[in-house]
Structures are given as C-alpha cells and as structure tokens.
Design a protein. Structure first.
Length: 634
C-alpha cells in the first residue's frame, strides 16, 4: 500500500522540476513511510511512497522492465501476481524481484492495455513506456485505490490524494458549484468530479492512455462495469454453497503478507463472515480489532466478542468516548474535500487502534451493497410497488402536491417516511431513490440556496449523477437498479474513500474480500428475492453463514458504525455548529441564504425536527471552507 504522484509535460524537451516532484510526493508520506523513489527523464516525473507489505527487501519503486524502458509506480496489491508472473516467465520475461509491482511492467509489455484483464486486485498505477512515448494510468475495477489528476498549462499532474496535486503552484483551486450541489445531496463528491473545477478523479474501472505528443488523449476510458443484466440463478442451496466457496477463495487470496495481518470485527454480519473464513483458512489465531462507544445503544462489542470466542481469535477492544470531538477538524485534512459520513470518526479510530498490532487488516465492506442489506432498499421496493399502482401521468401532480402539504413528521410510520415518500412517489424510480437517500433533498437545498448560488448552478441538479450512471441501461428489477447506483456512486465516493483515507492516515493497508471483482460479478447476479426475503435484508448471505456464525450475529437488528449526531448537535457541538454556520468563510462563498440556514438550525435545536444529517453535512462543508479560505477565487 503506497502513494503515487507524477508530472507529464506535453512540451518537447521540458524537464520536470525535481524539487516540485519531491514536494508532491512528501505530501503523501503518511501513505508510505517506509521508502520513497523517483523517475525523472524525458519530460516525465514519477514519484512513489512505499508501505512495505510484500517483498520487503526487493520491492523498491519505481520498478523497470528488463531494458529499463518501461517504468511503473504502483499503489495497491495485485493478489494473483504469482500466477501472472509464472505465465509471463513462460512467455520469456525475466523478473528481478518477487514483488507484485513487477508483474505490471511485464504484463504491459506482453498485453498492452489488456493487461488489466489479468489483474485481480486493488490498484492505481502509472506506467511510462519510453519506447512508445505513452503514459498509462489505471484504477481498479471497484475503486478501492484513488487517483486524482488535472491538466494545467501544458502538463498533466496526478497523485493518490488531492493534497498531492495542491503542492503544484498551478493546481486549480476554484470551487466547482456543481460539486457543492452533489456534495449537499450525497454527502460526498462523486467521481469523476472534485471540489475544484478542472481537477478530476479517475473513475473506478477506467484508465488513461496518453500519448506524450497529444494532450487531447487525456480521456477516461472504461474497461470494466458491474454486470447489471438479469440474474440466471434460482437454486438456493447451490447459491449458499457457492457463496461460501467463493468468499473463502477471495479471503484466501488476501492472506498473502510478509507483515502482521488481522481483521476488523464489529460483530456485524459482514466483518464476522470475513473472520470466520480467515479462521478456517489459517492455523494461527486471527488478530481481530474492535472499538466500542461508552454509550450502550451505540456499542456492538458484545456481538464481536461472540465471534471472537467462537473462533478463539486474538481479540482486542478499545472503548472510545462518544464525545470524541477533537477528531472532527482532523478529518478535514484527512479527506481533502467536504465529506459528511459521520462514521469516518469511528473508522479513523479503529484504523488507529489496528495499526498498533498489525500492518494489514481485512474488512467486511461490500456486503450491504451486494446482498441488499440497507433498510433503504426495502423502503424503495415498497414505494416502487405503490408508484406502479398509479398511472404515470397522474403520479407527479398528485404526489408532488401531497409532498408539499405533508409535514416531515417524526411520528410518521417507518414505511411511509412521511414527506419524503410522497415526494418520491411522484418521481422516476432512480430520482426517487436519490431523494430518499439524500442528505438534503432537492426542495431543502433549493430553499437554502442563495439567488447568487442558483445562478452559478445554471440549472444543474445532482439528479444528473444518477442519470449519467444509468445512461443506456434499463433495469426490470428496481432493487438491482438501486444496488447498481450504490456501487457506482456510494461505494466508491463514500465507503471506499472513507476506508482508504482513514487507513492510510495510519499507514495501515485494508483489504476487502467481498470486493474481489470475481466475487462481485457472481454475487450481483443472485436474485433479489433471495437477498430481500420476507423483509430480511442479506437473506442469502445470512442463510449461507448459518453454519459458521452465531444466530445473534446474523439476525439481530443492524446497528451500523454510527454516532449520536442529533444529541451532539444540540449539546456539546452546538457552539461549533453555530459558529461554523455563521462563519465569514461560509457567508463569503455565498452558497446559502443565511436566514434560511439559521432557521434550519433553530428547528433542530428546538426539537421540532431532526435536521442532524443536513446540519452535519453543512457544518463539514463550512469547516472545509474555513481551512481552504485562501484557495477560493474572488
């Protein structure tokens, strides 16, 4: 696990400034504290920070091919590198190291762009071919590892994190209004957008294939997509057995390490499943790490203990103060952009704890998205059934009117979600799903926006994010559509961003077996009726795991990695919230109508409504703006 950076000049004979390349690389020292390396020739500069995991003595980067004409810097792991290396050796390639990184240069020599089809792993890498004068930059299929880039003047700059690019004096720093609209909707800025105009994230399953003579070749090209077609499977017993076999294989592939390895164990279904598979695959006890809160309703450590005892793991638990506020300002630096997932706080702490004992940790992320574990999937299906009973032409006028009249009442039945449900029933299925999961719904955002900011948006609405993802695709199954949308937006923009930044802040590598692309391709085709069965989410996963885990771990109420936001914002965080809402930086950027913003807060403080998700999202934006004030254009 590492960090990469680079500069490519499109100007003939221009030399890359070595001190600038080093400055960019040093900005990500946390990602790779063990080693650093550089390549700087022919108008191409590549930089690397290394966290040593495999081939501790021989894996120094950059790594070259036999004649030194192909060079790569790499962040991530190629889990099947040994098989690829054996195949390449038979084809005549000579290896100097035992590192997975070296397979990339030889695979490029042999297969070119198609080398990506051979890799099973999490990765972002940049490869320069001096013979072809080409730069090849690729990101893994699911988006576990990040890559940011920008075209400035006559150069391409890139790096693992945004803070790397910001070291370049010409890096764009003008806030993108569309990114703000997306952030306030989703709680993160979805790929390929970035908080700054003209800075981009390379999308998951995409690559850049750039000719040094032509900067117009800087275009994202897709090489993989989630198989969204209809599922062919029907036999429950066969699915259950194959699920376990495939999951165990994915876990086994991620146990290769020359440094201490362990697993997160929250006590939920997914992390418990990973620990169960690990325990069955290795002789020594699994190192497991869990954190809990000092408030019982937010503490899952008892359920983690059940799994730890069953598999006799080396289990470590830390209880943290639920009023862990000091970390909030730190997160702004860690995530580089506005980021509103409050579970980033406990995620940061569990990574911090795990790094005391291991260098690599396996995680259970992906189970909810693959097997329909979120409550919102069940509610979406219920709304979809109601939506289909009303003729299309009548939906919008009827339900839009009801949505305006119906208050957002705390006492409303869970299945209705009150105002949100009526709004959603008047929308298309995709827009309804976006509405139901938004941090601030469209009507709430428009009410808060200033006239000035609405003009900057020029009619843009974050529904365009989902529209673009679904462009050219049709789903007969509304649940699969929602899962597909989550995988293409929420998974990469929220879940994997959260884990990558929190883990790399502590030089901890996190591996995610359920995101093995072969497992994902298979699991996404499991029929919806087997995943969401009689109101039970993740039904197929849970039934498969019954021989492996305690009943209480599988069928208890889902808690999630949550914190008491509503109480915080009415209590110990009230002053921080109000000072941020009224800060000069938030006012100067002109996004919000100050009167409406304070009214939203007053409704929350009085207990009239719970606006905690909205206010936390806005507060994290305000704290980002405070830190970045000097970067804004006038």
């Amino acid at each position: 696990m590492c960090g990469i950076a680079g500069i490519l000049s499109f100007t003939p004979d221009e030399k890359i400034e070595q001190t600038l390349l080093e400055k960019m690389n040093n900005a990500q020292q946390h990602r790779g504290p063990n080693d650093q390396g550089y390549y700087n020739q022919n108008g191409v500069g590549l930089a690397h920070r290394r966290l040593s995991i495999i081939d501790l003595s021989g894996g120094h980067q950059p790594i070259f091919n036999e004649d030194g004409q192909v060079v790569v810097v790499f962040n991530g792991e190629i889990y099947n590198f040994q098989n690829i290396a054996e195949e390449l050796k038979k084809l005549g390639h000579t290896f100097k190291t035992h590192s997975d990184t070296e397979t990339i240069v030889h695979a490029w020599e042999e297969w070119g762009v198609n080398c990506l089809e051979h890799f099973n792993g999490m990765f972002a890498f940049a490869l320069w071919d001096n013979n072809k004068n080409e730069l090849f930059i690729a990101r893994d299929r699911i988006g576990e590892k990040p890559l940011h880039y920008a075209l400035i003047d006559n150069q391409l700059i890139f790096g693992s994190e945004l803070k790397v690019l910001k070291q370049h004096p010409a890096c764009p720093k003008e806030i993108d209004p569309r990114a703000i609209e997306d952030y306030l909707t989703l709680g993160y800025i979805p790929d390929p957008k970035c908080i700054y105009k003209n800075v981009h994230k390379l999308q998951a399953g995409h690559y850049l294939h750039i000719k040094k003579s032509d900067k117009d070749t800087v275009k994202q090209i897709q090489y993989w997509d989630l198989p969204w077609q209809e599922a062919p499977y029907t036999d429950t017993q066969t699915i259950n057995q194959e699920l376990i076999n495939r999951l165990k294989a994915a876990v086994d592939l991620r146990l290769v390490s020359e440094v201490p390895l362990g697993a997160f164990l929250s006590g939920g279904v997914d992390s418990s499943a990973i620990v169960a598979m690990m325990s069955q695959l290795q002789n020594q006890p699994v190192n497991t790490c869990a954190i809990g809160f000092d408030v019982p309703e937010f503490n899952e450590t008892d359920f983690a203990q059940l799994v730890a005892e069953r598999y006799k793991t080396e289990h470590r638990v830390e209880i943290i103060n639920h009023q862990d506020f000091d970390l909030i300002d730190k997160l702004i630096q860690v995530y580089d952009e506005p980021y509103a997932d409050s579970s980033a706080l406990p995620t940061y702490r569990v990574c911090e704890m795990a790094r005391k004992h291991v260098t690599v940790c396996l995680s259970g992320d992906g189970g909810d998205e693959l097997f329909a574990g979120y409550r919102r999937y069940k509610l979406h299906l219920q709304e979809e059934k109601a939506r289909n009973k009303i003729p299309f032409a009548l939906r919008k006028p009827i339900f839009t009117t009801l949505g305006k009249l119906y208050p957002k009442a705390d006492w409303a039945p869970q299945y209705l979600r009150a105002k949100t449900t009526f709004q959603s029933l008047g929308m298309s299925s995709a827009h309804a799903y976006l509405n139901s999961m938004s941090k601030l719904r469209s009507d709430e955002r428009n009410k808060l926006y200033s006239k000035q900011f609405k003009q900057k948006l020029n009619g843009y609405d974050s529904r365009a994010v989902f529209d673009q993802v679904l462009n050219g695709k049709k789903f007969k199954d509304p649940l699969k559509m929602a899962q597909y949308l989550d995988f293409k937006t929420w998974m990469t923009g929220d879940i994997l961003t959260k884990v990558d930044r929190a883990s790399m802040a502590h030089a901890l590598e996190v591996r995610v077996p359920m995101l093995d692309h072969t497992f994902v391709e298979w699991a996404f085709k499991v029929p919806s009726e087997l995943n969401l069965k009689q109101g039970e989410g993740k039904a197929s996963l849970k039934s498969s795991l019954e021989p492996h885990l305690p009943h209480d771990n599988l069928y208890r109420k889902k808690m999630g990695f949550s914190i008491p936001l509503a109480q915080w914002l009415r209590g110990p965080l009230k002053n921080k919230l109000e000072s941020t809402l009224n800060s000069v930086e938030l006012k100067n950027i002109g996004i919000f109508d100050s009167h409406q913003l304070n009214k939203l807060n007053q409704q929350h403080q009085s207990g009239q409504s719970d606006h905690s998700a909205s206010l936390w999202t806005i507060m994290m934006l305000g704290l980002f703006l405070k830190r970045e004030a000097s970067s804004y254009a006038s």
